[in-house]
Write a protein that binds this ligand. Structure first.
Ligand code: HEM
Length: 513
């Protein structure tokens, strides 16, 4: 959409902003200063300084110039970027009462996406929904899902045997299959699955519309009161269509589980358990049933894309680091045995593989700025004023690439998580899962799926750079997309079975868990 389309809708409010900006400035002269940051311009603030490409890198540079906590202002809205672990612990953990809200993104409720836990404000409804998630995703609860995770990972291995070049698609299918099976007890079809289509399309629309520049209404919220024929207000139609899509996305798998419960069939599933509990202890409360439906639908959004993107980062890192592949395979062969598949029971005896897992999430955190937090009250940090309603970004990329904590931080090096005796060191806080009360509630499930996929893939396959027709290695371009979830840009690599017997073995033995 051209910027001039917004013009009529933008002019009047800018005048309004100018007046309120002046009033605010007059009111705040007695307050402590905002944290340091790039100098704002009159009226537009730092509008032109906010990067649209790899913002986490620009914000890290701001961190080097201005300090761990950087302030910017866009059209009167405050943004604070937190660039160090210490500041993140102080604000998100110790002051979690203030730093656990989420900013309102106008397109989210307009499309009907506000049922998702990650976007909910810090309210009682969020607390109840989070409790439901936690009940089924805490470390002791997820053990029940290990067999399903392994089953879907073994499907991934089969996919890699038949069409290794489609590794990105296979990781996506695996991630979708695990979440659909655990949440709904539903086994997705290998291709063109309706439930997966609905969820993917919904997530795509969500990602498109929350990005800066996605829709004018996100920057100028009053536009939501303007009719859809008004220039710049085409978002109304997009929001209506998405609303209908989400309705089907929530209801179709829910009806599937309800029907299974009525027929007395179906497998262990998070939704099934939550509904059974609701029916038996809450008298089948409709309000709670709706909350359960929302929790289930929200899980896909948070789980599928993140898990798949992380596995592709792992494959990229392996293609670039053959010595890491070899070391991991030596460890797996010694503990599990060549030709056998690892299980969760082997994990404690495979520290090097666990170090790879930690390093994958450090090297490239795929949600580099976490989900934006917001302050629900005014605060003073080290003498600087952070007002209520500030959007607070945790720059996890900057933290994971802090040279004093992780020297030579661009290098993929699992050894940084090992002691001299080869055992895992104490650095087990995975920064990529965020902070405080809003820390990723699915992190234990993600940890299990990703670790198991890593060791399973390495036990069966070699991963290396691909070669062209002349036998020359094709370089792996290390690049990442922008957006809430940042995916590796397309690259080529060679994923080949370690032994000619493997494909046959895989086909025969893999379902045994
Ligand atoms: C590698 C995989 C994953 C990564 C890197 C990841 C990362 C994150 C991050 C950075 C946040 C925001 C934390 C913050 O605001 O400080 C988050 C929130 C969340 N994640 Fe994950 N996640 C992953 C997998 C999962 C899975 C498998 C699930 C569910 C089964 C899940 C469920 C959630 C939910 C529900 C939230 C919102 C929490 C809230 O706002 O209270 N995530 N995740």
């Amino acid at each position: 959409m051209a910027a001039c389309d917004y013009f009529p809708a933008v002019l009047l409010p800018l005048v309004f902003l100018a007046i309120t900006g002046l009033l605010k400035r007059w009111k705040t002269t007695s307050q402590p200063p905002y944290p340091p940051g790039p100098k704002p311009r009159f009226l537009m603030g730092n509008f032109h300084d906010i990067p649209t490409e790899t913002p986490w890198i620009t914000y890290a540079e701001w961190g080097n110039r201005y300090g761990d906590v950087v302030h910017a202002q866009v059209l009167g809205n405050h943004i604070v970027v937190v660039n160090s672990v210490n500041a993140a612990m102080e604000l998100f953990e110790k002051r979690s009462r203030i730093y656990s809200d989420r900013p309102t993104i106008p397109m989210v409720p307009l499309m009907g996406w506000d049922f998702v836990l990650g976007f909910m404000p810090h309210t009682d409804k969020w607390r109840q929904s989070r409790r439901m998630f936690h009940q089924h995703l805490r470390p002791d609860a997820i053990v029940a899902y290990h067999p399903v995770q392994l089953r879907k990972i073994h499907d991934l291995l089969r996919g890699l045997v038949s069409t290794p070049e489609d590794f990105v698609e296979h990781t996506k299918t695996m991630a979708a299959a695990i979440i659909m099976a655990t949440v709904y007890g539903y086994d997705i079809k290998p291709k063109e699955d309706r439930f997966v289509y609905l969820a993917e399309e919904g997530v795509k629309r969500l990602t498109e519309s929350v990005l800066p520049g996605g829709f004018a209404v996100n920057t100028l919220p009053f536009l939501r009161h303007f009719p859809s024929w008004f220039p710049g207000c085409g978002f109304h139609r997009f929001a209506r269509d998405t609303f209908e899509l989400l309705d089907e996305m929530k209801n179709a798998p829910f009806d599937f589980v309800r029907q299974n419960m009525r027929d007395g069939v179906g497998k262990l599933s998070i939704l099934g358990e939550l509904l059974e509990n609701n029916d038996s202890t809450q008298g089948g409360s409709k309000e709670r049933e709706d909350m359960i439906k929302n929790v289930a639908a929200g899980a896909y959004v948070a789980a599928a894309d993140t898990t798949a993107a992380t596995l592709v980062v792992f494959i990229m890192a392996m293609a670039l680091n053959p010595e890491v592949v070899r070391k991991a395979q030596d460890e797996i062969d010694a503990v599990v045995g060549f030709g056998c598949l690892p299980k969760f029971e082997h994990r404690s005896a495979l520290p090097y593989s666990d170090a790879i897992f930690r390093e994958v999430l450090r090297w490239k955190p795929i949600v580099p700025l976490a989900i934006p937090h917001a302050t629900s009250g005014d605060d003073i940090y080290e003498g600087y004023f952070i007002p209520k309603g500030t959007t607070v970004l945790a720059n996890m990329w900057a933290m994971a690439h802090n040279e004093s904590m992780y020297p030579n931080s661009d290098k993929f090096n699992p050894e940084r998580f090992l002691n001299a005796d080869g055992q895992l060191n104490a650095d087990d806080h995975i920064l990529g899962f965020g902070f405080g009360r809003r820390i990723c509630v699915g992190r234990h499930a993600a940890n299990a799926s990703i670790w198991a996929a890593i060791v399973s893939i390495l036990s069966v396959f070699d991963i290396a750079k691909a070669k062209d027709e002349t036998g020359k290695e094709i370089e792996v371009e290390v690049g990442f997309t922008d957006g809430l979830v940042s995916h590796p840009k397309p690259f080529k690599c060679a994923i080949t079975p370690r032994s000619p017997d493997v494909p046959g073995q895989l086909m025969e033995n893999l379902t045994v868990v």
